[in-house]
Design a protein around this ligand. Structure first.
Ligand SMILES: [Mg+2]
Ligand SMILES: [Zn+2]
Length: 194
């Protein structure tokens, strides 16, 4: 019996794929970064599944509705055709104690439930430490981008495996590592195949 193993990149939305807008809810405020399409295409070409994982407490706070958020995601799907496998969101308040809000791993578990994920060749990319911590909590590698809130994080911190100027730069670094095979050696045995 063999178990197909998949690699995936879990990507934060605000400040990573699109411009950070505090409590984004209006389509006219949606601005996909100019490099996002190319970065996702490169991941696709290298066999990664692509899942968006986003904390959207603005829903729990009553600032906007789940439908508002879905229309943003529909527009992103239209503008980035065939590049995003799924969107996952946490609508809860930060103190709700849910298991989906990053840095908890509920959204990653949900996104990868349908297939066998090779976690140690999979990545979490985001603009906040919360994203990096999420990756660590899920047993993934992690990349910090210096867009969005990432602009303000000090250089001396080494918590992420990779720090990129933006998503495209981070993807470049991830794929260079994969080509060299330095990441592949990390996977062995059944532990990684969950
Ligand atoms: Mg963000
Ligand atoms: Zn939640």
């Amino acid at each position: 019996m063999s178990y197909p193993v998949n690699k995936a990149v879990f990507i934060d939305r605000d400040g990573t794929l699109i411009e950070e807008v505090n409590f984004l809810s209006r389509l006219e405020d949606l601005q996909i970064f100019p490099f996002t399409s190319k970065a996702l295409t490169m991941l696709r070409e290298n066999g990664f599944k692509i899942h968006v994982v986003t904390n959207q407490s603005g829903i729990g706070r009553g600032i906007y509705t789940e439908q508002d958020m879905h229309s943003i995601h529909r527009q992103m799907t239209a503008d980035l055709p065939g590049l995003i496998d799924s969107f996952h969101f946490c609508p809860h308040l930060p103190d709700a104690g849910c298991r989906c809000r990053k840095p908890n791993t509920g959204m990653i578990d949900e996104a990868s439930a349908a297939y066998t994920l090779d976690r140690r060749n999979s990545w979490m990319i985001g603009d906040k430490y919360l994203d990096i911590q999420t990756g660590k909590n899920a047993g993934l590698r992690s990349a910090l981008v210096r867009t969005g809130y990432g602009e303000r994080i000090s250089d001396t911190d080494q918590i992420a495996d990779i720090i990129g100027r933006n998503l495209l730069d981070a993807v470049d670094l991830i794929l260079q590592g994969s080509v060299k095979g330095s990441l592949a050696t990390a996977v062995s045995g059944s532990e990684a195949e969950r």
